[in-house]
Design a protein around this ligand. Structure first.
Ligand code: PLP
Length: 407
């Protein structure tokens, strides 16, 4: 091929660390299998449950009824209506069908938004620790990710947020504007859930400084210990008008492979996002859309079954990790991740979270994601979307590993 053939923007984009970790774990797993051993995977954020049968049946029925042709590029009316009802029922947000767009997973919907709102040089504010794709999508749209520090409780440092907004001139810096703020609650990678007051405070700053808000709520159904989820778009019509509320069936209904995500937003934003999907992907899979319709409008019992199981695992994993000397950990209130601090074990062979994760994989055969990948190098992310049996064995191995590295 020719030299210098790639666009500059793609050369700036990093590989997904979670997918890279999975590949590494796969390679090692193939070797270990021959020795009768295996890896405990706490890496990828993917429910270990199967898609509930009522949803699978709706997908099969769609095939049998030949619902296999192109649909409107932003989704079938039936699904959009179900999403309008869902936003009303679960989030107390009044959207109409013109406010709804369906895409190929929340990740795709997020990418549509970046393309529609971010000009080259525009700033997107992302609180650390962040889900890995946000910053890379900003870079793909030639924007600039600007990161906000976090406090000991892993929540946003509001003072730093205010400082960054004012440093960036409220709007102008390097020719671009502060365009967007990303709020992810419950959070990947920390499991943190923001309270109503905290969300209100964030909303005020965004309103005052004319900053759009992306509210990524894909983990809203996985809440523990009576914690509540609040949707910022439900707080006022002003906040609703500057917020794009993102969700997906991926995590809630164990449907990661079906690739259906959606959002609610001002219809003028949806109109521009529609152009992106018209010209890039056309509709998300027609069969998956019919299955998603059943997910959102059929029985919700399976969601509670999964939530309860995640809560049991959270309680177990939290108590085990808290009992390990030197491993500090905040109690996650949502999602299916726990984010322990491991910097006490840095020194010698382990210089950072990447070394920690590498060594843990090689020596104890446990896969975790280094916190450095989320902008928080003193931590690691453990996903507990895996069986209790795996969690127990994985924690035994982690304990033993820590014992050896602490010696
Ligand atoms: C916070 C967050 N947002 C969005 C996504 C993407 O979801 P989907 O699989 O629907 O694209 C993920 C997936 O890991 C996530 O953790």
């Amino acid at each position: 091929m020719l030299k210098q053939e790639f666009a500059q923007r793609i050369l700036k984009v990093e590989e997904s660390p979670t997918f890279a970790l999975e590949r590494k774990a796969d390679e090692l797993d193939a070797k270990l299998k021959k020795e009768g051993k295996s890896i405990i995977r706490f890496g990828i954020g993917q429910p270990d449950f199967n898609t509930p049968s009522n949803i699978k049946d709706a997908g099969k029925k769609a095939i049998d009824e030949n619902k296999t042709k192109y649909t409107a590029s932003t989704g079938i009316k039936e699904l959009k209506n179900a999403i309008v009802n869902k936003f009303k029922r679960d989030n107390n947000i009044d959207y109409e069908i013109s406010n709804i767009l369906v895409g190929n997973g929340a990740k795709h919907v997020l990418d549509d938004i970046m393309r529609v709102l971010v000009n080259p040089g525009d700033i997107v504010i992302i609180p650390k620790p962040y889900w890995v794709s946000y910053s890379q999508q900003v870079i793909l749209s030639e924007g600039i990710p600007e990161f906000i520090n976090f406090k000991d409780d892993l929540k946003i440092d509001i003072e730093h947020f205010n400082y960054v907004v004012s440093k960036c001139g409220g709007s102008k810096r390097g020719g671009g504007k502060v365009k967007l703020f990303i709020l992810n609650s419950p959070s990947n990678p920390t499991g943190v859930v923001y309270t109503r007051d905290e969300i209100e405070e964030i909303g005020e700053i965004c309103l005052k400084n004319n900053i759009y808000i992306i509210a990524d709520e894909v983990y809203e159904k996985f809440l523990y210990g009576g914690t509540e989820h609040y949707s910022i778009a439900s707080f006022s019509s002003e906040l609703k008008s500057i917020t794009i509320t993102i969700n997906a069936v991926s995590k809630t209904y164990a449907m990661t492979g079906w690739r259906i995500g959606y959002c609610g937003a001002d219809s003028r934003i949806i109109k521009q996002m529609t152009k992106v999907q018209d010209q890039s992907t056309s509709n998300p899979c027609s069969i998956a859309q019919w299955a998603a319709l059943e997910a959102l409008s059929g029985s919700q019992d399976s969601v509670e079954v999964m939530r309860r199981e995640y809560e049991k695992r959270r309680d177990y994993i939290y108590s085990r990790i808290s009992s390990i000397d030197g491993m500090k950990c905040a109690l996650p209130e949502g999602a299916f991740y726990i984010f322990p601090k491991v910097s006490n074990f840095f020194g010698g062979k382990i210089k950072d979270s990447f070394d920690f994760a590498d060594l843990l994989l090689e020596e104890a055969n446990v896969a975790v994601v280094p916190g450095g990948a989320f902008g928080a190098d003193e931590y690691i992310r453990i996903s507990y979307a895996t069986s209790m049996e795996n969690i127990k064995e994985g924690l035994n191995r982690i304990e033993e590993f820590i014992y050896t590295v602490s010696k």
